[in-house]
Design a protein. Sequence first.
Length: 299
Amino acid sequence: MKTITPDTIGSRAFYKYMTSAVAPRPIALASTIDKNGNVNLSPFSFFNYVGIDPPIVVFSPGRRGRDNSYKDTALNLFEVPEVVINMVTFEMVQQMSLSSAEYERGINEFAKAGFTRVPSERVQPPRVAESPAQFECKVLEIKEIGTMVLVLAEVVLAHFAEHILDENGQIDQTRTDWVARMGGDWYARASGGALFEVPRPQYGIGVDALPASVRNSKILTGNDLGQLGSLTQLPDISEVESFSGTEAIQALREEARLGCQYLPDLLHNHALQLLQKGLVREALLTVLLAATPQSPNYS
């Protein structure tokens, strides 16, 4: 591996590695206002939701790299500690990018980027109508360390577009189209085939409970083993014995006998196919048979 000490290559060079590795990152399209009522809109990917009770978001409009000056967002927050965080979708990503250009202080990025202003209800900065999720926030604290200007803010009111909600009024991720920041000029789109579910495990048996021949499989990946280890208990001997007599397993045994193929490999490949179909318990039974293919006694 390539090993880097941050202070040996400089902060800006290390920043490129970090933003490419710590990714994708959600984007906060932050709307702020100064004491004279001038509105600013700018995106930040140093952002996340970090607190439940109360609901807290954090983002960092860090100082500019070229001259260490404050960005307009930070200057506004020093004057009016309120912000609206507008989430970004694919349909608005180009406008969001345009709003990130360094316009002179006082320039309205809503107008420059073609976004529609919507009055907020509990804070002074306006919301972005095009965003399907908008959070009105009160700033709790601004913490400065080096060039970092870290903003902690409490969400006091949230707005969600009807088209991303299901029949129960909850957000349906299949109806969203969020965009996240990668390194350089790269972004990620969270929609369609890019979305997948990973059920939250109960107290699983763990990968360490699997036979060594399964843990060291050349066919199954760490992700595959993680699925097997998420099951709550190992099958007993009678279940394995019963499974060994199924048509699919018998066909694999015959294929190994006639084709001179290695039966454990055939079983591991079959287990992989079962995992891809979401049949985790059947996959576990298959690899347990592969552990000692001549006998179901895998212990």
